[in-house]
Design a protein around this ligand. Structure first.
Ligand code: IVH
Length: 706
C-alpha cells in the first residue's frame, strides 16, 4: 500500500504551516506516525552514531513540521516524541544521566473499542478464556508533565534525571531538590538498598497562570502550556529559579531496583512508595475487568476539569506483577499497559458578543466574548473566531450556545454552534467598517492563498493598537531584547504620547520617564541603559524587530546571512529575495513591499540617525574570505609567548584564515610562529629549514598582504 506521508524531503519553512492546516485528522495521524520514529532515528544517528543521513536544516524543518502537527492535534502526539524530550535542546552545563533501565513509552487507545481490544489481547496472551474471571487493572490519570527518574540509595535521594531519549537524559538533581513534594529521604523499616522511582513533574494550573501573567507583564513570552513550563523549569541551571516555581510530583512506575520487596501487584508497590513518603496520585483506582476500566476512565474524565494540574488521558495497567512479567514488552512499550487519550477538552457556553481585535500588522480579527466557562482546567471568556469567513461559515449568532475547544495551545477556539430553536431568531454579529481602535476605514485584503479575505486597518503608523503591538514586538526577547520594556510600560508610553513609533524610544528622556506611574529614578536609568544597549543588536535581531510581516526569527536569520547588510537587503529585488533558501515568493514580496514603502524607509533612517547600528555581518570565514589569506591551506605551529596576543586567540585567527594549526613541527610544517621563550619547536624548525615568523609578521599575513 502506498504510504502518502513518508516524505523526508522537508517543506520550505513558509509552506509548513499551510501544509499542516490542510491535513485531515487521519492524514495528520499518518504523518505524525511516520515523522515521530523517523526523527528519533535521525536524532540517534546524529548524536550517538555520528552518522547523520540528513543535514541539520532538513532535520530542523521536519522537527518544526512535527511540532506544528502536534500542537494542532495534541491527542495524536506520541509521548516519546523528540519534541517532548526534555533533553531536546542542549543547555550548557547539564550533565548526561544514564537510565539503568530504559524509560519506555505506552501504546495509545482512543476509544472504548480499542480498550476492549487491549483487554482481549492481554487475555489471549495469558491463555484466559471467556469463562476465566476478569483481570484486575489499575487506572491512573495520565499526568501531562515531565517524566523524571529519582534515584534513592539507602533511602537518600542521590540523583535525578530527565527522560531524554529513554536511555540518556539530563541530570537535574539540583532542581529536583527544590521541589517540596519530592522527599530527600525515604522513611520506613523496609526502605530498599536502591530504587529508581519514576513519575511526572507537574506545573499546577494556578501557579502556571500566575507565572505567565508575570512573564507577559515583563514583556517575556508566556509558556505555551504547563508541560513546557515544567520542562523549562526543570532544566534551569540556576536552582533558585526552580525553587520559586511551584512544581509538584507524583510517582507512577519504577526503573532499576536492588534489595527491594515492594509487593506482588502494581497497586501494592505504589502503596509501599506512599508509605516511604513518595506522593502517589489520589485518583489511581484498582478495578475489575475492562468494564471497570471504562467506567473508571470516564469518571476520571468527568473530574478532569476540577483537577489542579493537567492530565491528557488515563493509563491502564495490569495490576498483577507476575502477569506483567509474563506479558513482557513489544519494542518500546509494555504489553501490560495502555494509555487512553482523552479528546481535547471542550465546553458549551453562550456567545455573548463578537468583538474585534487589531493585530500588529493591522489585521482585524473577530474574537468571541463568551459567558465564562471552564475548559481544560482554565476559565475561558474569549475565544478565537479566526477571520471573517470563518465567522460566516460557522453561522454563529449573538446568544447562540457554542462549543469551545482547547487544543494543546493556549487560545481556545469556537468549534461549532449548537443549533437550538432560538438560533434563527438571534441577531448576526456586526462586521465593522471602521477600525475599533482608531476609527480608520478598514480595507479588505486577500489572504496569501487567495481563499480568504482579511480585514485590515491601513493606518499602520497612527493606529494605537498597531503602534503598541509593534513596540512590544520591537522590544521583545527575540528582537531588540530591551529589558524592562514590558506590556504595561509600552501602554503607558503610548497613552502618554511619549512614543508613537519605534524610533521614538531612542529619544526618551529621564525626566519624561520618572513622571510615569510606578517609575522611579533607578528604573528609568535601567530602562535608558537597556534602550542604549539595544542599538548594537545583530542584524538578524534588528530584522525580527522591524516586524516585517511574515519575517520571524528563522527568515530573519536566512536574510541576514544571505545579504549581510541592511543596505544590500533593502536594495534586493523580489527575484533576488527568492534566491534565499527558505524564502517563498509570498514572503519575498512582503519583504520587498516593506522596504519599498516610504514610511518604512523613513523610520529606518530615523533609527539609524538615533544610533541603531544594524551591524553588517563579517564576510564568511571560509572559501572566498580565506582564499586570499596567506595562511589558507598552510600548516602552522604556534610556540612561545606572543607579545600581545594569547595563543588561543592567535589560533582562532589562523583557523579562521584557513590554516591548519598543529602541535608539532615536521617537514610538512609551512611556518612556525614563535614568541618569547620558544623552546624545542623553534630549534626543530630551524634544523628542518622551516620558516619562522613573529607575531607582527603573522598579523601582516593575516591581513592578506604578504
Ligand atoms: S507508566 C512503560 N503511568 O506517559 C511506561 N506513565 O507514554 C510506564 N505518564 O513517559 C509509564 N502518567 O512519563 C505511567 N500514570 C502514569 C503516567 C505515565 C503519565 C507518562 C510517562 C511516560 C509516558 C508513557
Amino acid at each position: 500500500m502506498p504510504q502518502p506521508f513518508d516524505r523526508a524531503d522537508a517543506l520550505a519553512p513558509a509552506e509548513i504551516a499551510a501544509f499542516v492546516r490542510s491535513l485531515s485528522q487521519e492524514e495528520a495521524q499518518a504523518r505524525i506516525d511516520w515523522l515521530t520514529p523517523e526523527l528519533a532515528r535521525h536524532n540517534r544517528l546524529y548524536h550517538q552514531d555520528d552518522a547523520a543521513e540528513i543535514d541539520d536544516r532538513t532535520y530542523d524543518l521536519l522537527y518544526r513540521e512535527l511540532e506544528l502537527l502536534e500542537s494542532r492535534w495534541p491527542r495524536l502526539a506520541h509521548d516519546d516524541s523528540v519534541t517532548r524530550q526534555v533533553g531536546g535542546e542542549p543547555v550548557d552545563g547539564l550533565l548526561p544521566f544514564e537510565h539503568r533501565v530504559p524509560m519506555l513509552s505506552l501504546a495509545n487507545a482512543f476509544s472504548d473499542e480499542e480498550l476492549q481490544q487491549f483487554d482481549a489481547r492481554v487475555r489471549r496472551r495469558l491463555g484466559r478464556t471467556e469463562d476465566d474471571p476478569a483481570l484486575t487493572y489499575v487506572v491512573e490519570p495520565k499526568l501531562d508533565g515531565v517524566a523524571i527518574e529519582l534515584v534513592y540509595e539507602q533511602g537518600r535521594l542521590v540523583a535525578a534525571g530527565t527522560r531524554g531519549d529513554g536511555r540518556t537524559g539530563e541530570e537535574v538533581l539540583h532542581n529536583v531538590r527544590t521541589i517540596r513534594a519530592i522527599p530527600e529521604r525515604l522513611h520506613g523499616e523496609d526502605v530498599p538498598y536502591r530504587i529508581d522511582v519514576r513519575g511526572e513533574i507537574l506545573y499546577p494550573l494556578e501557579g502556571f497562570a500566575q507565572m505567565n501573567e508575570r512573564r507577559e507583564a515583563r514583556g517575556d513570552k508566556p509558556f505555551e502550556n504547563p508541560r513546557n513550563a515544567a520542562a523549562g523549569t526543570i532544566r534551569q541551571l540556576d536552582p533558585t529559579i526552580t525553587a520559586r516555581r511551584p512544581l509538584t510530583f507524583f510517582a507512577h512506575s519504577f526503573g532499576f531496583m536492588e534489595g527491594a520487596e515492594l509487593g506482588e501487584s502494581h497497586s501494592a508497590q505504589l502503596a509501599a512508595l506512599a508509605r516511604w513518603g513518595i506522593p502517589i496520585n489520589p485518583y489511581n483506582q484498582v478495578v475489575t475487568g475492562i468494564d471497570g476500566v471504562i467506567g473508571s476512565k470516564d469518571a476520571l474524565a468527568e473530574r478532569r476539569e476540577d483537577l489542579p494540574y493537567e492530565i491528557d488521558g488515563a493509563v491502564v495497567k495490569v495490576d498483577d506483577i507476575a502477569l506483567q512479567d509474563e506479558l513482557g514488552f513489544v519494542t518500546r512499550s509494555p504489553r501490560w499497559a495502555i494509555a487512553y487519550k482523552y479528546p481535547p477538552p471542550e465546553v458549551v457556553t453562550i456567545l455573548e458578543d463578537v468583538g474585534y481585535q487589531v493585530g500588529r500588522t493591522g489585521t482585524v480579527t473577530p474574537v468571541a466574548h463568551l459567558a465564562p466557562a471552564r475548559v481544560g482546567g482554565v476559565t475561558v471568556s474569549r475565544a478565537s473566531l479566526h477571520n471573517k469567513d470563518h465567522l460566516a461559515e460557522l453561522d454563529v449568532r449573538i446568544g447562540d450556545p457554542v462549543v469551545v475547544v482547547r487544543r494543546g495551545d493556549v487560545i481556545p477556539k469556537v468549534e461549532r454552534v449548537v443549533l437550538d430553536d432560538g438560533h434563527e431568531a438571534r441577531p448576526h454579529p456586526a462586521f465593522p467598517t471602521h477600525c475599533p481602535e482608531c476609527g480608520t476605514e478598514l480595507v479588505l485584503k486577500e489572504y496569501k492563498d487567495r481563499t480568504k479575505q482579511i480585514m485590515q486597518c491601513p493606518n499602520a503608523l497612527g493606529c494605537p493598537a498597531q503602534v503598541r503591538a509593534g513596540i512590544r514586538h520591537f522590544a521583545g526577547r527575540t528582537a531588540m531584547d530591551i529589558d524592562g520594556l514590558g506590556e504595561k510600560l509600552v501602554d503607558q508610553l503610548v497613552t502618554h504620547g511619549l512614543v508613537n513609533k519605534i524610533s521614538d524610544l531612542y529619544s526618551l528622556q529621564k525626566r519624561q520617564l520618572i513622571e510615569l506611574e510606578r517609575m522611579g529614578e533607578k528604573s528609568a536609568d535601567n530602562l535608558l541603559d537597556a534602550i542604549e544597549a539595544s542599538k548594537g543588536r545583530s542584524l538578524e535581531r534588528c530584522l525580527v524587530a522591524l516586524g516585517i510581516p511574515v519575517v520571524g526569527e528563522s527568515t530573519a536569520r536566512d536574510l541576514a546571512n544571505h545579504f549581510r547588510s541592511l543596505d544590500a537587503l533593502m536594495a534586493a529585488s523580489t527575484e533576488q529575495l527568492v534566491e534565499v533558501e527558505g524564502v517563498a515568493e509570498w514572503v519575498a514580496s512582503q519583504v520587498h513591499g516593506f522596504f519599498e514603502s516610504e514610511a518604512a524607509r523613513e523610520e529606518l533612517a530615523r533609527l539609524r540617525a538615533a544610533g541603531v547600528q544594524f551591524p553588517e555581518l563579517e564576510a564568511p570565514a571560509e572559501d572566498e574570505a580565506t582564499a586570499d589569506s596567506w595562511f589558507a591551506g598552510k600548516t602552522v605551529v604556534l610556540t612561545g609567548t606572543l607579545p600581545t596576543m594569547g595563543r588561543n586567540d592567535a589560533k582562532k585567527l589562523l583557523l579562521a584564515a584557513g590554516a591548519k594549526v598543529t602541535g608539532s613541527v615536521s617537514k610538512k610544517t609551512d611556518c612556525v610562529i614563535a614568541g618569547a621563550d620558544a623552546g624545542s619547536k623553534l630549534d626543530k624548525a630551524q634544523s628542518l629549514g622551516v620558516e619562522v615568523i613573529d607575531e607582527d609578521e603573522m598579523t601582516r599575513r593575516l591581513g592578506g598582504e604578504a
